[in-house]
Design a protein around this ligand. Structure first.
Ligand SMILES: Nc1ncnc2c1ncn2[C@@H]1O[C@H](COP(=O)(O)OP(=O)(O)OP(=O)(O)O)[C@@H](O)[C@H]1O
Ligand SMILES: [Mg+2]
Length: 263
């Protein structure tokens, strides 16, 4: 059984109301009948142009938004119909890392409180045990204790992303959706974060859904790649298959659009 099983997942959004009171103007099928599996310990890369539905699919898989139809199973358990307390338990095992670490870190909190917040909410831990855990997490992402009392604005983008990753790891999740985690960073800094994610996967046995519009980044990290176009998965296969023998014209255009980078 795969860790994540997505079946016939569809999300339809209304396309804004008419100012003349004519009701909804139409609908967009942001995710359209998507089925895929993600095996324990693998990285599924999800690529596609802007607006193709990648983030919507990522949020559906985490049950952060409800689908119009279809099913998502995590470890065999259906999420779409899961109740509040069930989801609260499952939330700990699934986390998200965002593109913009600044937007996702509370600017008023110190690093110590940002990283320990999930522990405060979900775990009954002594203050000492919390401190120890936060220090461990920061070490795991390549930061030391000197950052504890500082605020997000005191850091560079790459360091902020490390803080966001430490926070995402706090509850020892099994599965992480990384939604364009390096797109806002310089290439060399992005490469360091990609390497960090690969290292953490080895250390903690993580499973990733890694969303990116950059084929070279996805190619480096992913076990398999899914190509999304207008809400649909038009091609899915091993990284080698997709990058060396793409079947779909759209996949070929994505490969041509992106120059090689050194990771
Ligand atoms: N909350 C929403 N309400 C209405 N439409 C939405 C909403 N979220 C997404 N959409 C629409 O769904 C489609 C897919 O958007 P989505 O953000 O999933 O694409 P994406 O592939 O992540 O794009 P990008 O690469 O720019 O991040 C787009 O047409 C978008 O406008
Ligand atoms: Mg997106």
């Amino acid at each position: 059984m795969a860790l994540i099983e997505v079946r016939n997942l569809t999300k339809v959004f209304p396309l804004g109301e008419s100012i003349f009171g004519g009701g909804a103007k139409g609908k967009v099928r942001a995710v359209d009948d998507v089925s895929l599996d993600i095996a324990q310990g693998e990285t599924l890369g999800l690529v596609g142009e802007s607006g193709s539905g990648k983030s919507t699919l990522g949020r559906l898989v985490l049950n952060l938004i409800k689908p119009s139809s279809g099913s998502v199973r995590f470890n065999g358990q259906e999420l779409v119909s899961a109740g509040h307390s069930e989801m609260r338990r499952l939330r700990r095992e699934m986390q998200i890392v965002f593109q913009d670490p600044f937007g996702s870190l509370d600017p008023r909190l110190r690093v110590e409180d940002i990283v320990s917040e999930p522990l405060v909410i979900h775990e009954h831990m002594s203050r000492d045990a919390q401190r120890t855990r936060v220090a461990e997490l920061l070490r795991a992402v390549g930061l030391d204790d000197s950052v504890l009392r500082r605020f997000p604005h005191e850091f560079s983008g790459g360091q902020r992303q490390r803080i966001g990753i430490a926070r995402a790891l706090a509850l020892r999740p099994k599965f992480i959706v990384a939604d364009e985690p390096v797109s806002a960073l310089d290439v060399s800094v992005g490469a360091q974060i990609v390497n960090l994610l690969a290292q953490l996967q080895r250390d903690f046995g993580l499973t990733y859904l890694f969303i990116s519009h950059s084929m070279p980044v996805v190619r480096y990290l992913a076990t398999r790649i899914a190509v999304m176009y207008r809400g649909r998965i038009v091609e899915i296969g091993s990284t080698e298959q997709i990058t060396e023998r793409p079947q779909h014209a759209y996949t070929r255009s994505l490969l041509e659009a992106t120059p090689e980078i050194a990771v």
